[in-house]
Design a protein around this ligand. Structure first.
Ligand code: GDP
Ligand code: IMO
Ligand code: MG
Length: 448
């Protein structure tokens, strides 16, 4: 049995979490601070498992004077005794993963087969995927503003089935050679034709070079490739607990997000089950992560976006620039209509409100509590982006609070107006706010 399941844990109690598995999921458009909360909570769990996305994610963990930016590796990696899992729902770029592992090892962090497992069912991103991603974006009349990491093309190949490669195909040299040779020939035909149709030069991908590079990557990754679903079943049977780490966020979910301006995986908490092979009833805790305001990177409607001095102030104080691409993030007031929708889709049982310190010293705080569509009130979050783009936010204004607040250790330590802001959010959503993050560091956290 695990510490989490046998001994009362003050942290789990403070966060109102019951013993057993928990999912950490973003409730907005990403970058809510999931990495920080996963790192904080990993100490309480036995395994940390990514279930979706790939190197499009950028999860920041700050421990004292050290900052770690994780893209593929789960944010539990800083604890040497925790098993980190890349589930079948993740798409893995071997070059990127090896780079990340090497970077961690150079900083003295253990990342090997004793604490990192990769699903043999996870699909592989190879160099033609980022190329395809960028070519499609650059030639589209309505680009999505992707991270360019090849995520969409890899998931598309997975769904098409004919030219997909899984991690399990790369462990055997003969199988690896055959698969890469076949798929590269196919991609050179299709991508070459597409590039030429758009008047672009096309240099065919060199299958032999990709085989050689993959061979060296698999020398590092091969020992980590395993049947992670079975591994997690055995761990669960043995009473161990899993922390599922969502990448991207519920509004970017391929089914439930602001389609088509989404990513290509199920990044709501629902994906934790398909993305690892763990059934839903085994995960009683869903920890929803939301910023104290709203941000978005890339294209797509954002009803509370601020293009004025307040938006610029939030961006500068919150250092709202992409962890993966460095792009400036669009900033705006918290959107409770969108959050109520995502809280329900992801089934959040508790809520963590992040980057609350960024709002300190603003004279007033606005919360979007309703939408109008073409001037008429609506009571739902529209499915279509054309409708969402025409939505007008209805705001309730709350008084601001003074900083600094980064020394607050409990919710009761926060200034009264900050507490009122959190209470307002909790009341509107019907979900308790159990944690307010007041700075990027592990310990800059108010809870209980
Ligand atoms: P993730 O993708 O959800 O893990 O979030 P990112 O790492 O992309 O972005 C969150 C950013 O906010 C990172 O730079 C964090 O270090 C930082 N951060 C997290 N929590 C806080 C907080 O409470 N206050 C401040 N000021 N920064 C925070
Ligand atoms: P984390 O895990 C913020 C966005 C991209 C783009 C859209 C599609 O750090 O919160 P993709 O490359 O996935 O095809 O891009 O989704 N996006 C993210 N935005 N944080 C992320 O991850 C994101 N992952 C994807 O900006 O708009
Ligand atoms: Mg991020």
């Amino acid at each position: 049995m695990t510490a989490a399941q046998t001994t009362p844990s003050p942290v789990l109690d403070k966060l109102r979490l019951t013993p057993g598995h928990a999912t950490i999921v973003g409730l907005q458009w990403g970058d809510e601070g999931k990495g920080k909360v996963v790192d904080m909570l990993a100490a309480e769990y036995d395994l940390v498992a990514r279930y979706n996305g790939g190197a499009n994610a950028g999860h920041t963990v700050v421990v004292e004077d050290q900052t770690y930016k994780l893209h593929l590796i789960p944010s539990g990696i800083l604890y040497p005794d925790k098993m980190n899992v890349l589930g079948n729902g993740v798409v893995i770029d071997p070059a990127q993963l090896v780079k990340e592992i090497t970077g961690l090892r150079e900083r003295g962090i253990k990342a090997d087969a004793t604490n990192l497992a990769i699903s043999d069912r996870a699909h592989v991103v190879l160099p033609y995927h980022p190329y395809e991603d960028k070519l499609l974006e650059e030639t589209s009349a309505s680009p999505i503003g992707t991270t360019g990491r090849g995520i969409g093309p890899c998931y598309a190949d997975k769904a098409l089935r004919l030219n997909a490669i899984r991690m399990g195909d790369l462990t055997d040299p003969a199988k690896r050679r055959a698969a890469i040779t076949r798929v590269v020939a196919f991609k050179n035909t299709t991508l070459g034709a597409l590039a030429k149709a758009h008047g672009r030069d096309f240099t065919p991908f060199d299958a032999e070079a990709i085989i050689q590079a993959t061979e060296s990557h698999m020398a590092v990754l091969g020992p980590m490739v395993t049947d992670t679903a079975s591994m997690m079943h055995l761990a669960t049977d043995a009473g161990q607990s899993v922390l599922f780490e969502g990448a991207n966020a519920t509004l970017l979910d391929i089914d439930h997000g602001t389609y088509p301006f989404v990513t290509s995986s199920n990044c709501s908490s629902l994906g934790a089950h398909t993305g690892t092979g763990t059934p839903g009833h085994q995960v009683p805790n869903i920890i929803g992560i939301a910023k104290a305001y709203q941000t978005r990177v890339g294209e797509g409607p954002m009803p509370t976006e601020l293009t004025d001095a307040t938006g610029d102030r939030i961006r500068e104080v919150g250092r709202e620039y992409g962890t993966t691409t460095g792009r400036p993030r669009r900033c705006g007031w918290i959107d409770l209509v969108a959050l109520r929708y995502t809280t329900r889709v992801s089934g959040a049982t508790v809520l963590c409100v992040m980057l609350l310190d960024v709002l300190a010293d603003l004279p007033e705080l606005k919360c979007c509590v309703g939408y109008t569509l073409d001037g008429e009130p609506i009571d739902h979050f529209p499915a279509g982006c054309d409708a969402l783009a025409r939505v007008g936010p209805v705001y309730q204004t709350l008084p601001g609070f003074k900083g600094p607040i980064d020394g607050c250790k409990t919710l009761a330590d926060l200034p009264e107006n900050a507490r009122k802001y959190l209470d307002f959010i909790a009341d509107y959503l019907g979900v308790p706010v159990v944690l307010a993050s007041v700075g990027p560091g592990r310990t800059q956290t108010a809870m209980g």
